[in-house]
Design a protein around this ligand. Structure first.
Ligand code: GRF
Length: 200
């Protein structure tokens, strides 16, 4: 499965996916990594791996729609069939999503629909939940609202800080995200309305 990874920052999920592909655990190929931030560490990490890594500057486009179209065009040109958001900090609109129907996924560091948006791990910690985790979902035009493909759960411990909780969730992110890409590559994921089922 030819995939494109969109990033804005650290790039640890991109690394986990690239590692899983490199060791043959996931039948996918990373065609391109695209960042909307020039200083993203993910770009540097991708280049170090010999992956094609591009910076697409939002400031070069007159509107959000124009940026979305340019982004979609870039990915199409590289033959991308699945778009993987890995710490990509922009909302994608119809102009982008219509080009990749049911083929854009995201990972979010909470058990959605709880704690969408920024700083999900801190939100969960402040709320006082006893379990949190991560969610891989299809992307729609809302913020962290698309159909849920898979979730992983971690306990919240009394001695946790937002940082220790985030670290525990991140371990699960790095395990779950490559796994879901594997399922998609194997054609085992089906969408029925907003419910997703997995063929075994
Ligand atoms: C992860 O916590 C992910 O769940 C969220 O953004 C963070 C990205 O981290 N969407 P990284 O860039 O993959 O290290």
């Amino acid at each position: 499965l030819p995939i494109g990874i969109l990033v804005s920052g650290r790039g640890s999920n991109m690394e986990a996916i690239a590692d899983a592909i490199a060791c043959g655990r996931v039948p996918a190929r990373i065609q391109v990594v695209v960042s909307d931030r020039r200083e993203a560490r993910a770009l540097e990490l991708a280049r170090r791996r010999g992956l094609k890594a591009l910076y697409l500057a939002p400031g070069d486009y007159p509107s959000r729609q124009a940026y979305d179209r340019a982004l979609a065009e870039t990915l199409k040109k590289e033959g991308v069939e699945l778009v993987v958001l890995a710490g990509f900090m922009r909302l994608l609109g119809r102009d982008f999503l219509d080009q990749f129907p049911n083929a854009v996924i995201n990972i979010h560091p909470s058990l959605l629909p709880a704690f969408p948006g920024l700083n999900a791990q801190r939100q969960a910690w402040e709320y006082g939940v006893k379990f949190s985790g991560c969610t891989v979902h299809f992307v729609d035009a809302g913020m962290d609202t698309g159909p849920i493909i898979a979730q992983a759960v971690v306990p919240v411990k009394d001695e946790d800080t937002p940082e220790t909780l985030a670290a525990r969730i991140l371990v699960e992110e790095h395990r779950l995200y490559p796994e879901v890409i594997k399922w998609l590559a194997e054609g085992r994921v089906t969408l029925h309305g907003r419910r997703v089922s997995l063929k075994i």
